[in-house]
Design a protein around this ligand. Structure first.
Ligand SMILES: Cc1cc2nc3c(=O)[nH]c(=O)nc-3n(C[C@H](O)[C@H](O)[C@H](O)COP(=O)(O)OP(=O)(O)OC[C@H]3O[C@@H](n4cnc5c(N)ncnc54)[C@H](O)[C@@H]3O)c2cc1C
Length: 457
């Protein structure tokens, strides 16, 4: 068994123990509802540190979690009484403009990536908040503003470097360890610690983006119009639907502050001269209460929501994939939107169509490619005493709408209390192959602080 002294002698990063001044800050994650106390936090600076940490954890039979950006709603980057392999100091990025590729360290956030790629006129398709980690978001699939045009984040992944459960190092790509490459494109952190990702960069510099908002009472008409529109809209245009309470920030007119509304957040990444034409059907549809769509640098959209959702809020998530919006479901949505429990709470429906549909459901571990949306209900509030209120609203909303869903949910929108059946449903008929690959690369289920792929399920 490796001793702590031996581990320390091989480790260049920071080892943080309970009682150390850095411990409280290092064990906190984005969701303040998570309150876990690891036995040891190993803040790695390179792959050699990750190898040492994996070996130390395995030889001491410790529970091990991998922390990328620390954004996971269920707090899966941190564990109780175990070892946290913390990648937050591994943040380097190298853009190769000639080949339009971007090499990204395993602990980067999407804000790091946007900062590095934007001067080169490139972007890697990611999510909607810049503080989210590249590691967790990518390994679960990655859904965001560029999905309809460029696909999921995993559809833009070219290769990854991993430290496996036995401490060995492996590369996964279309040429090397093909099975592992298939599995990490949706299968989460089940297979190893990814120390480096190589992405294809998309030629995105400025975009036309922003929200269109309608009064909540118009939600049934808006949802019906939006469903038809987004099914056949040009792939250059992405737009996710949301219920929200308008925040009191200058971008919104004061008379709308505090009002519950529905809206769509657009991102058009096609040729500038066609933008006007693409937005014509939106502007000619149901008259909105507010529109704020304009040309902006891509990172401006990526950071649009950051100030509204800083780290340290209470979060509870429930999710489903959705194929169609039936009239009964729309009525239920409206009921629960009227009951949004706090100003930060919301419901989003992210399109899973356009370029996402051009990759087969068996081509990567991400199974639900034939649906229309990944929907997520999020109860959010700064005040810990609101916990019961936001949790029960999200659960009741989900229970009412789940019968109208397609079954599984986007793995990165699952909470940590969902149960194995939900994980299985999420991977559908890809689950069997995921188990085979898990048995090959991590037979002892060493990496299990995640939406776990395991045999007995
Ligand atoms: C405010 C907010 C907005 C979000 N928006 C989006 C969105 O627009 N689109 C979207 O797709 N998702 C979105 N998500 C969900 C997000 O993808 C997940 O929460 C994801 O798990 C976050 O990744 P992370 O690295 O920050 O998480 P962490 O909490 O650090 O880790 C989560 C899981 O990922 C694994 N993991 C992380 N890094 C690595 C690595 N390098 N190697 C191996 N395993 C690793 C860990 O094992 C752990 O199980 C959002 C989340 C939040 C909180």
């Amino acid at each position: 068994m490796a001793s702590l002294e031996n581990f320390q002698s091989m480790f260049r990063g920071e080892i943080i123990l309970p009682g150390d001044s850095a411990y409280e800050g290092a064990r906190n994650v984005y969701n303040a509802m998570i309150d876990r106390h690891p036995r040891l936090i190993a803040r790695c600076v390179d792959s050699a540190d990750v190898i040492a940490a994996v070996n130390f954890g395995r030889e001491n039979q410790m529970l091990v979690s991998i922390r990328g950006g620390g954004h996971n709603a269920g707090g899966l980057g941190v564990c109780d009484d175990g070892l946290v392999i913390d990648l937050s100091r591994m943040r380097s990025i190298r853009v190769d403009p000639a080949n339009r590729t971007v090499r990204v360290d395993g602990g980067c956030t999407w804000g790091d990536v946007d900062h590095a790629t934007h001067p080169f006129g490139l972007a890697v398709p990611s999510g909607i908040i810049s503080t989210t980690g590249v590691g967790g978001l990518t390994l679960g699939g990655g859904i965001g503003h560029l999905s309809r045009k460029y696909g999921l984040t995993v559809d833009n992944l070219l290769e990854a470097d991993l430290v496996l459960a036995d401490g060995s190092f492996a590369k996964a790509s279309a040429e090397e360890n093909k099975d592992l490459f298939w599995a990490i494109r949706g299968g989460g952190g089940n297979f190893g610690v990814v120390t480096s990702f190589l992405f294809r960069g998309a030629p995105v510099k400025t975009i036309h983006a922003g929200p269109t908002l309608w009064p909540l009472g118009e939600a049934p008409r808006v949802m019906r119009w939006y469903e038809e529109f987004i099914r056949s809209a040009p792939e250059d245009l992405n737009g996710f639907f949301a219920f929200m309470t308008v925040p009191p920030v200058p971008v919104f007119p004061p008379e709308l502050h505090g009002k519950k509304m529905c809206g769509v957040v657009w991102c058009y990444s096609g040729p500038r001269e066609k933008a006007e034409e693409v937005f014509k059907p939106v502007r000619g549809s149901i008259p909105p209460a507010f529109e704020h769509v304009g040309e902006m640098p891509f990172p401006a959209l990526q950071t649009f929501f950051d100030p509204l959702y800083p780290p340290g809020l209470q979060w509870y998530w429930k999710a489903d994939f959705v194929g169609e919006l039936r009239d009964e479901a729309i009525e239920l949505h409206l009921d629960f939107a009227r009951k949004l429990p706090t100003a930060h709470s919301t419901m989003h429906m992210y399109p899973i169509n356009g370029a996402v549909h051009s990759v087969g459901k068996k081509d990567t571990a991400f199974n639900f490619r034939n649906v229309t949306w990944a929907s997520v209900i999020v109860g959010v509030d700064p005040d810990p005493s609101s916990k019961d209120r936001i949790v029960s609203w999200a659960r009741e909303y989900w229970q009412a709408l789940h019968p109208y869903s397609s079954g599984g949910a986007y793995v990165n929108f699952l909470s940590d209390d969902e149960g194995q059946e939900r994980v299985k449903a999420t991977y559908g008929d890809n689950y069997g192959r995921l188990i085979e690959i898990k048995s090959k690369y991590d037979p002892a289920n060493f990496f299990r602080v995640n939406q776990n792929i395991r045999k007995e399920a």
